[in-house]
Ligand binder design. Sequence first.
Ligand code: G
Ligand code: G
Ligand code: MN
Length: 407
Amino acid sequence: MVPVRQPRVLVLDDDRAVVDTICGLASLLGLDARGETAPDPFLKHAATWEPDFLILDLLMPERDGVEIIRALAAQGTRASLILTSGIGSAVLNAAQRTAIERGLTVGGVISKPMTREELRLVIESVPAGAPDANQVDHQRAVTVIDLRQALDREEIGLVYQPQITCMGGELAGFEVLARWHHPELGLIMPDRFIPLAESSGLIAPLTEKIVADALEFASERLAGTFIGLSINLSTLNLKDLTFADRVAARCGELGVMPDHITFELTETGAMEAPTSTLDLLTRLRLKGFRLSMDDFGTGYSSMAQLVRLPFTEIKIDRSFTASAQVSEDSREVVRSVVALGKGLGLEIVAEGIEDTRMLAHVANLGCDRAQGYYIGMPMGSGEIAGWQASWITHGPRPETGSMAPLS
Ligand code: G
Ligand code: G
Ligand code: MN
């Protein structure tokens, strides 16, 4: 028999007094309670101590709640999250969606200051998430052996997140995102296995599989439409000089038009790229593929670099779209990126759209297309028809001008 362990709760709040109060309440409920006031020690503590519950303040000065939740998912936490509010519902919704999309359990939301009774109700209603000693170790790190096996057993699949035109609100494309369904470890997100693939040399076969599946999807579902498909690449993929030829040949076989396919590279990745990478990007462009600079604004590129590289699109990082509503500086960044992009003949995509106001905002600032949880979550191919029907009925159509032609 495994002895019953006292349930553990770990609290994160930037205010030490709040941490102490919540820990005090939790102790009164018979929980083993600990707390942290900064994200990094909190994440470390969450990874090593195996708490059953995490009580999270989403408004931290150093990192926003969504980032913290992504990090918790990336380290494979099994604890149930309890979010403390006192914050806007947009942040809360986004945090909740991020958590759910990443397979985390959100047990509840408690407004601050909380009472012992409120905490008790939430704790009692939530199944504690930590693995018991008889179960598989869900928190163990995934290894190269797992990843190789995943490729052999075809455990890695794709989800599709829609993009719409800002002007007409119509479906313009999908971004393909990889998901690993491990038979014992459950859903594993790309931030946990892409870096592993990159460091182990498995990024080439992994990308091969992702691109093959994505092109098949394009051929079966998007033929005869103006709907594009965006595929993320790692910089390492660009070391393979035959990549462009092979993808082009496959498109030929499947009848997919290369200009319906966009390859996304992160800004930092593209900028660190040596001259051979520039060659490869240029060759992809010459074959008719489109190229997107992902997470724009987070790297340290100079604008001149953007002119040097053959991109067709800029994806403005979600940190700017998120703060554009509240910060004039961020609005100015978005405006400048739009002006720069337009000047260079590039399309501008705003990512991380989490509510209708954000969508109206980026449309007004001149972005061409938008993507984010508010428009549609990353979904399986079987869910697309249902999403499309509900978007046509309920999706907003910000009146900002005439319909934008999709190129
Ligand atoms: O899918 P998520 O929802 O978790 O994506 C997290 C990060 O992983 C993003 O930065 C995304 O660009 C990256 N990513 C997702 N799918 C792929 C993929 O198929 N290939 C590469 N190289 N990166 C991916
Ligand atoms: O880095 P890249 O842009 O490829 O990453 C896409 C990532 O953004 C995926 O992890 C996806 O799940 C996430 N994502 C998509 N829409 C939203 C959103 O509206 N808000 C937030 N916070 N993340 C989002
Ligand atoms: Mn991307």
